[in-house]
Write a protein that binds this ligand. Structure first.
Ligand SMILES: O=C(O)[C@H](O)[C@@H](O)[C@H](O)[C@H](O)COP(=O)(O)O
Length: 242
């Protein structure tokens, strides 16, 4: 399946983060101007968090009603609340706190502190966000950091159980990227987005980038198999793409 992707290349990682931040603000502002509450799925990872930090620092950030944006996570690490390695904690420090974003529109994944086990936490998150599936376009925008093995969220190559999952939220065990246990949206859920933005930079991601451009099989390169209903953009630096 050939996915129509737009490729946007910037010289440095910070240029990528700045550019994505500006686009993020523009998309959220556009949805709000239509009288809708934007639904945005955040990602963890170095570039994903750099984008959130650049967004919080962007001059146009003040133009957005950030507490009228529904925020979700594409994946979350199965770690205690407040753990520095949790994606939501890194997002809090870089983006939520600086913009005073809080309240009931921030849909965090449960942690072990909830008293739930991983499978129960998956069911809880699936229930918490089940209302998004009422619309064909469940999300306005999904951010996805891309791993060196072309994983996205916590969907890893070679893992048929993850790549071919049809439930919206899945539990992940034996993750090759620590920590071993995670929650993740599935590809099916990710593809219910209007916009899918892949974030990829640096020498270590060159092979993953090539998998995406070559439209390789989902089991080989999950990052090559996700597509927005309206647009799929790859934001990359020149190191990964030259
Ligand atoms: O929980 C996670 O680890 C992320 O959600 C993961 O999908 C990340 O986005 C990629 O691994 C890229 O991470 P880096 O940008 O740090 O390589």
């Amino acid at each position: 399946m050939t996915i129509q992707r737009e490729i946007r290349i910037h010289t440095t990682v910070s240029d990528v983060a700045e550019a994505v931040a500006g686009e993020f603000i523009s998309v959220v502002g556009g949805v709000q101007r239509l009288g809708k509450t934007p639904r945005v799925v955040l990602t963890g990872g170095t570039l994903g968090i750099a984008v959130l930090r650049a967004t919080a620092q962007h001059p146009a950030a003040a133009s957005i009603e950030w507490n009228n944006v529904d925020l979700f996570w594409g994946d979350e690490r199965w770690l205690p609340d407040g753990d520095a390695e949790r994606n939501d904690e890194q997002a809090r420090e870089a983006f939520l706190a600086p913009l005073a974003i809080g309240g009931d529109r921030v849909y965090r994944c449960p942690s072990p502190d909830s008293g739930l086990d991983l499978d129960q936490a998956v069911a809880r998150y699936a229930s918490d966000i089940s209302w998004v599936w009422e619309e064909k376009t469940a999300f306005d925008l999904v951010f996805l950091g891309v791993g060196p093995d072309a994983h996205i969220a916590s969907i890893f190559p070679g893992r048929t159980d993850l790549v071919e999952a049809t439930e919206p939220v899945i539990g992940v065990r034996n993750s090759p990227k620590p920590p071993p246990e995670r929650l993740s949206l599935s590809r099916v859920a990710i593809n219910r987005a209007a916009r899918v933005w892949l974030l990829i930079s640096g020498e270590a991601k060159r092979e993953a980038y090539a998998h995406i451009i070559n439209d390789d099989d989902a089991l080989v390169a999950p990052a090559a198999s996700v597509e927005g209903q309206l647009q799929t953009i790859v934001f990359a630096d020149t190191v990964v793409s030259d």
